[in-house]
Structures are given as structure tokens and as C-alpha cells.
Ligand binder design. Sequence first.
Ligand code: F6R
Length: 609
Amino acid sequence: MCGIVGFIGKNGSLQMLVEGLKRLEYRGYDSAGIVFQNGHGLEMYKTKGKLRDLQSILPDPAPTIRVGLGHTRWATHGEPSSVNAHPHRVDKVAVVHNGIIENYRELRSNLEGEGYTFLSETDTEVVPQLISKYLRQGFSITEAIRLAVMRLRGTYALGIISESSPDTLFAVRKGSPLVLGIGNGAFYFASDVPAFLPYTRKFIFMEDNQMCILTPDDIDLRHIESNAVVSCTDRTVKIGWTPAMAEKDGHDHFMHKEIYEQPRAVRHTIGERIDDLLKFVADLGIFTQRRADSRRLHIVSCGTSFHAALVGKYMIESIARVPVSVEIASEYRYRNPIVERGTLFVSITQSGETADTLAAQREAKQMGARTLTICNVVGSTSTREADSVLYTHSGPEIGVASTKTFTSQMAALCLLAIGMAVERRCLTEEEADAMRSRLSEVPGLIEKTLMKDAEIKALAGTLVHAKDFLYLARGINYPIALEGSLKLKEISYIHAEGYPAGEMKHGPIALIDKGLPVVVLAPSNDLFEKVFSNIEEVKARGGRVIAVTDSPEALKGKADDIIEVPSTHPLFTPFVNVIPLQLLAYHIGVQKNCDVDQPRNLAKSVTVE
Ligand code: F6R
């Protein structure tokens, strides 16, 4: 998705805007641009390609600036080109935009009918056209922006700058994320927090239908339609993330760094919550009024977060004996779901900004469900709208493919499962204590599994030319097979499918032929023998079995390659099994020269449906 940055203040530089855009690169983009006030008017640079292409056309040395906007574009309307790149300038006004203006065709044809000429194929250009039209009619810039925005349908985060107001910068939000940074003698805004972490940790997350008018000394937040002033004081949140957290820290890629951060991320998720799980569950308001308040759970999410939700279902149903249904958000929101009394709706979203997940959460809330969100980003939309929030505290995740936030989400669901089990007296004190101590061991087990990195890198070298992969597992590891296949698809562009191993005979077995890599998760649990039979079936048809197991002896001579992982409680095996699959996808992607941090066509937070 597009990335927006804006700056107003005393000691700014063009470089600061470029650096801000760099920290948003993970969102994915195909063109970039910058506009700033140069003392005489607006100066604008934009180009197709990466930020290095933009930098090659920027003035050298980079000038200091007081007001400026930057943008990375992820093409939706119109091909990636310098004309379609943002900012879009009409007369005195330049605009950057993230989101989709749904009624742009109608607006554009009306404006063209009135004699206005468009330069680009984008939906965005209607915005500066409308603002300029209202300016010509004599409205002030603030009024012109309000009038223009009130005619837009769709989702937008907008940054606006005008030649006639050289000391003012405007930000507007509806549906697409926009966060304001409060600095020392400066204000910033951006699509995401890391953009300006080196300059401030104080942020205000803008709400939908708000407009912010920034001058070097003042921040004026308003509701667009009513024009009512919104107080900023009680909206400022302090973010505990540090700039170093958003750096590669010696790793070649953010994805590799984040895979290695998993022991710490999971430790942070578990934190002190594990010491008093009854309090933890009570604080989340799960059983606030009556035990019947959470008779069933609906967990809704997308992508990797959906796989965490599936793991959560196994955990919660197995030990807390509460029925859990799990659904993809884009399906849930459009199927008129049944929300009975006693339903706890849980959204799982790393970013807290995924359009489909937010829409599903709103739908459930409107239908009377109590809502809980499991989220990583403090102050994001899902956390502001849900009744209660369970933060994963994984730290910023920059790699587009989720890794550490996935294991943190699973850890959060483990806490929830054990807490609910204790509250519902499904576990005795001793059983709960035993689970608690096994869960506390998980970060150490992940550390141990990471030591397989070099071995997995070598294995990846033998697999780079494969065209297809199959991932098989049973029970609570079936979602890990799905996650492993998703990681491989995203990072290496190799076709991969994840299946419950027991389902193989019902179709996917037809895919197996000589050399097809089949990754099998085979923890030594009560399903081991069944998985063993599946391995035999693959081998009988010439497939190449790569087994991930804590019982390598039992598979010697059967599997072609064995990745040994530590043993743990059956419910916690997903934590150790997912690590080799993340590393395998990573190394295959790197060895295929793929852009693993920003895979093609993908965006980190999918803020449009
Ligand atoms: C996969 C991936 C995506 C996200 C999905 C949901 O590696 O990162 O599939 O998991 O877009 O995003 P969130 O969790 O932010 O709602």
C-alpha cells in the first residue's frame, strides 16, 4: 500500500522525508515522489521505480526545508509511471494519497465537463482538481479542502500542501491509516509509526473523518463535516518502540532479523501476564458480567493472522472447552453472520489496519458481540474500536511477510486458552501450573530451533529449482503447514499448498511425482503413526520428503531430509515447527534473488479490500 510522509517545522531537510519514506518501504511501492515549499513556490520531483531512483533526481546537496510531503505509490489506478506517481499537482495545490477514491470516475467526468484537464490516470487527481476549483471560487484553503473531501467516497489518507499557504500542511483521514508525530518544534505525519521514530515517540492516531491543519507552532485537529475542534491532549500516545527496532541490525534482511527476534517477541507477549491468568482474562473483560458472556468465540482475520487463529482454535477448544469458529475476514463481513448472545468476537491483526478485518469487527459489534482484538500496533484502528485489546508487544515488524508477529499471536492465544481454562475450571491448579511452565520454556526452544539456520540454508540450496511444494501436517500443526506454504509462496514465488495430511488421499496425492518436495510436520504425538503412514504414501510415489520432527530416529531411512526440532508440549509444537518453515522460505527466496522484504505485488498492511 502507498506510504505517506509529511513534515512541518524548523530544521527539516529533504533527506528527512526520503528517510521517512525508506522506513515505509516495507509497504511495497512502484514509484515515489516529493514536494516541498522552496521559499518561492512548490518544488516537486517524482519518478517510477525505487527511492534510489527518486534520490538520483533530487537536488544535490539536499536543501533544508520547512514544509514538505513524500509518497511511495503502490499502483491501483493507472500503471506505475512518473505521471501517475504522487504528488499530484493542480495549480497551487499538491496532494499525496493512500487509499481508493471510489467515485473518481463520476467526479472526473463532471470536472472534465466543466473544462478541467487531467494529466494522470489516477483516482487521486480528482482531489487537487476539486480543491483548486473551490480555491478559484474564493474559498479559503481550509474550506476548499473540506468541501472537496466531503465529495469523496472511498478510503483516503491525504497529505496536502498549497503554494498560497507556505507555512501550513494539511492531513485528512478516512479509512486509511494516518498518524501524527509531535516533535520538538516540528510536526510529522505518516502512514505508519516507524517513519518518524528517530524524531519522536509521541503520536496521535487520526480518526476517520478528521482533518489536521499543521503550522510550525500549532496543531489543529477537526472533524471534517462539523468542523468541530477535536482536543489533542488526551489522544497523544507514547510508543515504546525505538529507532533501532526498525533497523536491520546486522542482518541482510528485516525478515531474517525478525525471524531471530521471535524468542524475545514471544517473551514480551507472555510477560507478566502468565503470573496471574485469572486477572489477565478478567482485564480483557472476557467473563466480566456472567460466565455466559463468552460461551463461544468467533475469531476473524486474514493471511498469516488467520493461521494463528486456526492454531488458537485448537488450543482454546482443547483445554478451555469453549467452541471457537475461525473465519477469513473478507468472507465473514459479507455473509450476514449469526451473532448469538454470548459470542466473543476476536479479531487478530498485526497492523490493526486491515480493511476486511476492521469491517468484520464493526459488523460483529453492530450485531451485539463483545469485541476483543489481538494486535501489535498501539493505537491502531482495531485497538481503538474494539471493546478490549490484547497487545502482542512484538515490536515493529518491517518485513512484509509476517514472522515474529505470528508466533506472538500464537503466544497470546496460548495465554487466552490457559486463562479461560483456569477460569472455567477445565484445568486443575497443577495442570495449569504445568502448562504455564511449559509455555515459559517456548522462547528458549525457539532459540534452539534457530540454530538449524545453516543446515536449512544448505537444504534450501537443493530446493531452489522446485516448481511446486506440498506441506502436510495434522491437528494443531495443520495451520503451520498452511503458514509454511504461504511463506514460501510470498517470498520465493514458488507454488505451494498446505493440506491436512489425512486429506492427501482425497486429491493432492495426484500431485506427487518424482522429486516433488513434500514438507511434513511430524511431532512425536498421538498422531505420529498416522503422519508416518502419509510419509510412506509420499515415498511410494517418488516424492521427496522433508520432515520436521523431534523424533529423527523414527524417520531415518524414510524421510529424505530431516530437520530436528526440540520436543515440547503437544499444544506448543507449532512454535518450534514454524521456525524451520520460515527459514526455508527465507533462504529459498534469497537464493532465488527475490526481494524477500518487499515481495512483488504484496503490501504490509492491506488497507483496501
Ligand atoms: C503474510 C502476511 C499477510 C498478513 C495479512 C493480515 O506474511 O503478512 O498475510 O498476515 O495481510 O495482516 P494483519 O495481521 O495486519 O491484519
